[in-house]
Design a protein. Structure first.
Length: 335
């Protein structure tokens, strides 16, 4: 039972027993993410004050201008995770390939790999819209002590042992799951401590918010167009409300609290959609299912998809179970 004002550190210790086969390493891993989140939060909050905005002059593997904060967030998480001798490899949206973490212990007994989107929604930084970090944690599948391989990262989302996000918004929150429900912690910046503010987060079974970039309407598949028209039709509890922040973590977080559906579908412009399976859709899908919601590519469960590439994209339908099922009905008509 959640204790009033419990800190994240106390919560991790209390829940330690829930981590199957973990000798405390997963707890250390979540603690490392907590520390990196505070570092990034400090920089994001002062971004408007110092010349840290604008691009770092380079483009990342996505061909996007890298914001300096992107680079800073990426370095902060990789450095924090590396220094604690917990993981054997890290994959990041900002890195072309995965990073092998060498251990001071010659036969590297570290058994976890982490995949991160260090600063999702970074194009919103310059306009002061909330952004987030998304993380996904697996146990490696190749033998401990051998060099980590791409196979350790290309696991289906149902193998995740933990996942979560940090949202750098009006307040900074860390929301995560280890497969035993979803809990949200809010940072008290005055003392740098995360407090349990949202115990046992559950998506409402239904909702009245649909979240999609309707600017791409003409490029959407017919099933998506039909679902948007369904949302806008005056009938029963409709028309719904349209809310789209353009920051996955923010749109997801709002929908988890209020109920709703987020859709980033494929289109004639983006034949596999835009969002990345490994470090955006899988962790958000794990959280959604742990919060009694649903996540699919319009047809199949996201967590069942067998990845083939580190940066592969998938169409993403995620949110209140009844809303995702209705959207899937429209998609099935044109399969
Ligand atoms: P669009 C941010 O760049 C991001 O990766 C997600 O956070 C967000 O949901 C999506 O892209 C927004 O994309 O094409 O609607 O601007």
């Amino acid at each position: 039972m959640a204790k009033q004002n419990q800190t994240l550190g106390e919560f991790i210790i209390e829940k330690q027993t829930e981590f199957k086969y973990s000798s405390g390493e997963l707890s250390k891993l979540i603690n490392a993410i907590r520390l990196a989140a505070k570092v990034v939060n400090h920089e994001v909050n002062k971004a408007g004050l110092v010349d840290i905005l604008g691009t770092a002059g380079e483009t990342n593997v996505q061909g996007e201008q890298q914001q300096k904060l992107d680079v800073l967030a990426n370095d902060a998480f990789i450095r924090t995770l590396t220094n604690r001798e917990i993981v054997c490899g890290i994959a990041s949206e900002e890195e072309d390939t995965f990073v092998k973490i060498n251990s001071s212990d010659r036969n590297n007994q570290n058994k976890y790999v982490v995949l991160i989107d260090p600063l999702d929604g970074s194009s919103n930084i310059d306009v002061n819209v909330s952004v987030g970090t998304i993380f996904s944690i697996y146990r490696r599948v190749t033998p401990v002590g051998t060099p980590v391989t791409e196979e350790d990262f290309l696991q289906p989302g149902k193998n995740q042992v933990a996942a979560g996000y940090v949202i750098y918004g009006t307040s900074t929150m860390l929301v995560y799951t280890t497969g035993h429900g979803v809990n949200g912690f809010t940072l008290n910046p005055a003392i740098g401590t995360f407090y349990l503010s949202h115990p046992n987060m559950i998506y409402p079974d239904n909702g009245r918010i649909y979240s999609i970039n309707e600017g791409n309407y003409v490029h959407f598949p017919q099933g998506v167009k039909d679902y948007i028209k369904y949302c806008q039709t005056e009938e029963d509890d409709r028309p719904y409300t349209s809310r789209y922040i353009g920051s996955l973590v923010s749109d997801f977080h709002r929908n988890m609290i209020k109920g709703g559906i987020f859709i980033y579908p494929k289109s004639s412009k983006a034949t596999d959609g835009k969002l990345r399976l490994l470090y955006e859709c899988n962790p958000m899908a794990f959280l959604a299912e742990q919060a009694n919601a649903k996540a699919s590519n319009g047809f199949e469960r996201i967590l069942d998809i067998q990845p083939t590439e580190l940066h592969q994209r998938v169409p993403f339908f995620c949110g209140s179970k009844k809303m995702v099922e209705k959207a899937e009905e429209f998609m099935q008509k044109y399969r």
